[in-house]
Design a protein around this ligand. Structure first.
Ligand SMILES: [Zn+2]
Length: 102
């Protein structure tokens, strides 16, 4: 485990796909990616990265800590080896969700 700094970048919702999932764009330096977000309920989400015929699925989960502080996990290599809970998927999805109107 290297414990690098949290991923930084920007995120925004793009559109709702025909299947009802929303498409999220996550931008970090040198990389812009779009993901379909599958809300599985209970703080669990799948991020589907679609590239041609290839579909890569990242499994994310959010637990609520004290004072509703969200604690995230993701099964991507970056979260597993470098930034537990702080990869671009966790940070991007979290910030996209908290930016929704109430
Ligand atoms: Zn990740």
């Amino acid at each position: 485990m290297r414990n690098l700094n949290p991923a930084t970048g920007s995120t925004r919702w793009l559109y709702q796909a025909d299947n009802g999932n929303w498409v999220l764009q996550i931008t970090v330096p040198g990389c812009v990616r779009q993901y379909e977000v599958e809300d599985l309920g209970n703080g669990r989400y799948n991020l589907l990265y679609l590239r041609g015929d290839e579909v890569r699925v990242y499994h994310l989960a959010r637990k609520m800590g004290p004072f509703c502080k969200a604690e995230w996990s993701c099964d991507c290599p970056d979260a597993q080896h470098n930034r537990p809970g702080q990869c671009k998927h966790c940070r991007g999805l979290h910030n996209a969700l908290v930016s929704l109107p109430f």
